[in-house]
Design a protein around this ligand. Structure first.
Ligand SMILES: Cc1cc2nc3c(=O)[nH]c(=O)nc-3n(C[C@H](O)[C@H](O)[C@H](O)COP(=O)(O)O)c2cc1C
Length: 183
């Protein structure tokens, strides 16, 4: 038996990590082709194994593929490239189930962000496009999908094979973002 902290089961190593993180970009245009179930399964399983504070795993991922439901998501974020993508992943978290620090800090949002990042990078590895979306109407989305009041929707992403180039790449230089030893 192989004993390794990195032996989490099946899933081919398709892309080197440095290549993967530089390949992932926000995609705002998708082909209508459905995502094969085995590919979707690997992407969701990458999200499942993400770390969460105190290993609480206080999240739920909703996968929306039905065309009629996706069309209603227009009311939530009115961009055709979002709701017309073959799948939309809805990242939810339950604060009541998340780890909480004594000073009140609740890790639900951090947990869900890590989960979504795992999912998005695994999708990239499979040749799928994604785009983080936080600019959405949470109340309307919860109504449409029947999400309970105590559950927070933190982020969404469309999922599908890319049909558009990403916007030009722009980042601050490292010197503007990193300090050494003290502020
Ligand atoms: C937390 C978060 C929320 C975002 N929300 C939106 C959004 O609502 N709509 C959108 O078009 N892009 C959204 N983006 C995508 C960012 O604009 C994008 O990641 C950034 O411009 C860098 O470009 P890149 O992802 O192509 O590298 C979001 C990104 C993050 C991380």
């Amino acid at each position: 038996m192989r004993i390794s902290p990195y032996n989490h089961g099946p899933g081919a190593l398709l892309m080197d990590y440095q290549k993967l993180i530089r390949t992932r970009r926000s995609i705002r245009g998708y082909r209508p082709d459905p995502i094969p179930e085995d590919v979707l399964g690997r992407v969701l399983d990458a999200a499942r194994i993400a770390p969460t504070a105190a290993n609480r795993q206080p999240f739920q991922l909703l996968v929306v593929t039905e065309a009629a439901t996706r069309a209603r998501l227009k009311e939530v974020y009115d961009r055709e490239w979002f709701w017309a993508a073959p799948a939309v992943i809805v990242g939810c978290a339950e604060e009541a189930k998340a780890w909480q620090r004594a000073d009140g800090f609740n890790a639900a949002e951090v947990d869900l962000s890590i989960v979504m990042d795992h999912l998005i990078l695994a999708a990239t590895d499979e040749g799928l496009g994604t785009c983080w979306i936080c600019h959405f109407d949470e109340a309307r989305l919860k109504q449409i999908l029947g999400i309970p009041g105590n559950v927070r929707v933190i982020a969404l992403t469309p999922l599908g094979y890319p049909a558009a180039e990403p916007r030009p790449f722009q980042r601050k230089p490292l010197e503007e973002l990193v300090r050494r030893e003290h502020w």
